[in-house]
Design a protein around this ligand. Structure first.
Ligand code: F6P
Length: 322
């Protein structure tokens, strides 16, 4: 019987370990051999393979990061690199591969499936930027990390009557900023998907100040179209509003930490489903969650879908923060 390979690729996300555990345990339950491939596609090309057993995924469901490590790999993006990868997989008797990552990692999986390797993608990224699934593994935990930070910043913001800009990750997707901003009670949320002029931000601050509220939290998505980013925005607000402004760039703290129960359960369900699909002879598919149900979809179709930003929630957050 052919073995199953598993790797994590791209930026790590809390809950990846829970997904690895689910894949390994499900595969072993059904009698398959599993190889963990370390450091993503790079490790595949460098033959960093380790045979996994039940205990190699013991005590990891609660750990952030990925025990398989992750990387981004240029060599794998070349046709020669991918052919080499297929040859290596064949040498190890690995006929199918589970890839945990984001859209770049899925593109790699799709290409391998064209070369005859059965592949299934599991969405793992804090960005929640994959259109076909309501949630990606890691998003919920990252959102809670941001909310925790906002709450702490709010304490000091209020003590000093300051404006605090909190910059959050997400690449070109505003979900992390939107939902953490909403849950954290941010006065202003700035995302790549919605245009906002800096004079609107200034006016909002002035209105808030007029009704006696001197502190304000602005959640700024890293991909938002603000020339010069958080520091430039700070300068504008200081000049236009005479506000005392501080900037916090949350950075990689958002990528770490013990996964939330939501992420652990999602990861467990998706990992289990991915193996079941391979056993059923499926390939070039991704797993995800739609309306609280686990789904699977053709990988190319999933990658071609455009992520929809929830404008209704964005507008509602604006109403709630007047
Ligand atoms: O895709 C996840 C992510 O954390 C993005 O939100 C962020 O822009 C990027 O990765 C940072 O990448 P790196 O860890 O390579 O600096």
């Amino acid at each position: 019987m052919k073995a199953i390979g598993i790797l994590t690729s791209g930026g790590d996300a809390p809950g990846m370990n829970a997904a690895i555990r689910a894949v390994v345990r499900t595969a072993i339950y059904y009698g398959y051999k599993v190889y963990g491939i370390e450091k993503g596609y790079k490790g595949l090309l460098d033959e960093e393979f380790v045979e996994m057993d039940l205990s190699s995924v013991g005590d990891i469901i609660q750990r952030g990061g990925t025990v398989l490590k992750s990387s981004r790999c240029d060599e794998f993006k070349t046709p020669e690199g991918r052919e080499k990868a297929v040859e290596i997989l064949e040498n190890y008797g690995i006929g199918s591969l589970i890839v945990i990552g984001g859209d770049g990692s899925f593109t790699g999986a799709k290409m391998l499936s064209n070369l005859g390797v059965a592949t299934i993608g599991i969405p793992g990224t804090i960005d929640n930027d994959l259109a076909y699934t309501d949630y990606t593994i890691g998003f919920d935990t990252a959102m809670n990390t941001v909310i925790d930070a906002i709450s702490k910043i709010r304490d000091t913001s209020s003590s000093h009557d300051r404006v605090n800009i909190v910059e959050v990750m997400g690449r070109n997707c505003g979900d992390l900023a939107l939902y953490s901003g909403l849950a954290g009670g941010a006065e202003t949320i700035i995302v790549p998907e919605m245009e906002i002029r800096t004079d609107e931000i200034v006016n909002k601050l002035k209105t808030t100040q007029k009704r006696g509220k001197k502190h304000s939290i602005i959640v700024l998505a890293e991909g938002a179209d603000i020339d010069g980013g958080a520091l430039a925005l700070k300068k504008i607000l200081t000049e236009e509003d005479h506000a005392d402004v501080r900037v916090t760039v949350l950075g990689h703290v958002q990528r770490g930490g013990s996964p939330s129960s939501f992420d652990r359960i999602l990861a467990s369900r998706l990992g289990n489903k991915a193996v079941e699909l391979l056993i059923a002879g499926k390939s070039a598919r991704v797993v995800g969650m739609k309306d609280n149900k686990i789904i699977d979809m053709d990988i190319e179709e999933a990658l071609s879908m455009e992520k929809e930003f929830d404008v209704d929630i964005y507008e509602m957050a604006k109403v709630l923060s007047i």
